[in-house]
Write a protein that binds this ligand. Sequence first.
Ligand SMILES: [Zn+2]
Length: 106
Amino acid sequence: MMKDGKLLTLEDITPEMIKEVYTGKQGCMCGCKGRYYVNPAHREQADKDRGYSMPSGPGHMKMVKKVLNILKKDGRAAIEDNYICVDGLDLDAGERNYVAYINVPS
Ligand SMILES: [Zn+2]
């Protein structure tokens, strides 16, 4: 992902740039195995990209920061297109899936 002609790295990403995060068990990501937390500042864009509305609420921004921190500390995490995820989760160890979606205005 590029910004101002420069390739973004994980260190460049701030919580303010994240529109929503996901945390859950591995597999289906509709929300049946986990939960989305929405940055209130980017809620409109997040709804638009997702294709359906989801509320933000108290504590959501805290979770956005928390999930981004978890990803930044995980040496396997990488920016893929416009989201950050961990490549090579250990299914047998029952690792939890964390994803942070970068806000890209459209
Ligand atoms: Zn599902």
